[in-house]
Write a protein of this length. Structure first.
Length: 330
C-alpha cells in the first residue's frame, strides 16, 4: 500500500512498538478537585459513607468534567467522575447515560464496578471502584495488545445478547460522508487531510449508506487505548457512555484500526482474530468507512473553541481507518 504525503502520519514498518502511537490522550479542560463546590465534595463523602481525606485529580482523558482518585477517612478508595450541567452539559449527559449503562453491566464484564451515583439536576457524579493499573503502553507492546484482544473477545461473548435495553443508549457515533456532501467547508478540510478520500468520496458515502449494523451485542463504542486499564492479571474497559447495540465485530475493528498508529498491521490481526477472521471483508470496510466518517467530519466541523487535543486525536484515528480501508482497493 502506497502512502500520499498529505494523507496523515504514516506508521512505521509493520510490527509492534515501532510507530509513533496515538496523539497524547489528554485534553486541556479537565476540572480539578479543588474547583469542585464544597457541597458537592461533601455529598460525595456521604455517598461513599466517609468524608474524602485526599483527592488526586487525573490528568488523562478528554472530558471537561472531573476525574479524581479519592481516599476516604475510613481508608477506602474510589474513582470519581463528575460534571456540571451548567458548565459542561454534554459531558453531564454522557455521565447520565454512563450511569444507566454501568448499572446494567454484568459482573462478568471487565469494567469497573459502579459503587454509587447521584444526579441533582446540575451535578452528575459517578463513584467507581478504583482500578490500580495503567494504560496500555503506546506504541503497543505485543503482550499487552494480545491480552486486550483476548479480553475483547470475552467481552463480546458476555454482552451478546445485550443486557442493556436499546432505549437508554445513544445512537452509534458512526458515519458522516453523506453529511459532508452538503457542507463544502467541512468536506474541504477532510479532503486536505486525505487526498485519497477526496478521490473516493462517493464510494465512501456509498459504503456508509449500504452498511448493515444489525446485531445483538452491546458494544463499548469508544474502544481505544485511553479507555483501557491493565492490571497484573486483568484487562478493564472504562468509560461506557457511548455504548450501542450492533454487530459483535465493531469494537475490535476500531481498536485494531487505532493500533495501526503503533505500526501494527491491522489486516493481519483481523485475519486471525475470532471476531473478524470469518467475516466478509465488506463488513469490515463498512465499519472503517463509518468510523472514519464520524471522526473526520466531527473534527473538521469543530469550531475555534474546540479542544485541539480532541481534534488531533479524532484526525489521527480517522486517518488510521482510512489507511486500512485504502488497502482494500475500493
Amino acid at each position: 500500500m502506497t502512502h500520499d504525503p498529505d494523507d496523515g502520519p504514516v506508521p512505521a514498518s509493520p510490527g509492534v512498538g515501532l510507530g509513533p502511537g496515538l496523539p497524547e490522550a489528554t485534553g486541556s479542560r479537565r476540572m480539578d478537585w479543588t474547583a469542585m463546590p464544597p457541597e458537592v465534595t461533601t455529598r460525595i463523602g456521604r455517598l461513599l459513607g466517609s468524608p474524602v481525606a485526599h483527592a488526586s485529580s487525573q490528568r488523562g482523558g478528554f472530558s471537561e468534567g472531573l476525574a479524581a482518585r479519592v481516599r476516604l477517612e475510613n481508608g477506602k478508595r474510589a474513582f470519581i467522575k463528575a460534571a456540571s450541567s451548567l458548565m459542561a452539559p454534554a459531558v453531564a449527559d454522557f455521565h447520565r447515560r454512563e450511569i444507566a449503562v454501568s448499572e446494567r453491566l454484568p459482573r462478568e464484564v471487565a469494567a469497573p464496578r459502579l459503587l454509587d451515583a447521584y444526579d441533582d439536576g446540575t451535578w452528575v457524579v459517578l463513584a467507581f471502584e478504583e482500578i490500580v493499573g495503567h494504560l496500555p503502553a503506546q506504541p503497543w507492546q505485543r503482550e499487552e495488545l494480545d491480552r486486550v484482544l483476548a479480553a475483547v473477545t470475552d467481552m463480546a461473548e458476555v454482552l451478546t445478547p445485550s443486557p442493556v435495553n436499546e432505549a437508554i443508549l445513544g445512537k452509534p457515533r458512526l458515519g458522516g460522508w453523506r453529511t459532508m456532501a452538503d457542507d463544502a467547508a467541512v468536506r474541504g478540510k477532510v479532503e486536505e487531510l486525505s487526498p485519497w478520500a477526496a478521490h473516493h468520496f462517493d464510494r465512501l458515502a456509498a459504503l456508509e449508506e449500504s452498511a448493515s449494523l444489525d446485531g445483538a451485542t452491546l458494544l463499548h463504542g469508544d474502544l481505544y487505548p485511553f479507555n483501557i486499564m491493565l492490571t497484573a492479571d486483568r484487562v478493564f474497559v472504562v468509560d461506557w457512555p457511548h455504548a450501542w447495540i450492533g454487530p459483535r465485530h465493531c469494537d475490535v475493528v476500531t481498536l485494531v484500526s487505532s493500533a495501526s498508529l503503533s505500526g501494527v498491521d491491522p489486516r493481519r490481526i483481523a485475519e486471525n482474530h475470532p471476531l473478524t477472521r470469518d467475516l466478509d471483508p465488506a463488513r469490515i470496510n463498512e465499519v472503517l468507512a463509518l468510523h472514519a466518517g464520524f471522526l473526520l467530519r466531527t473534527a473538521a466541523a469543530a469550531g475555534p473553541d474546540a479542544d485541539p487535543s480532541i481534534v488531533a486525536m479524532m484526525n489521527a484515528l480517522g486517518l488510521a481507518s482510512l489507511r486500512w480501508l485504502r488497502g482494500a482497493q475500493l
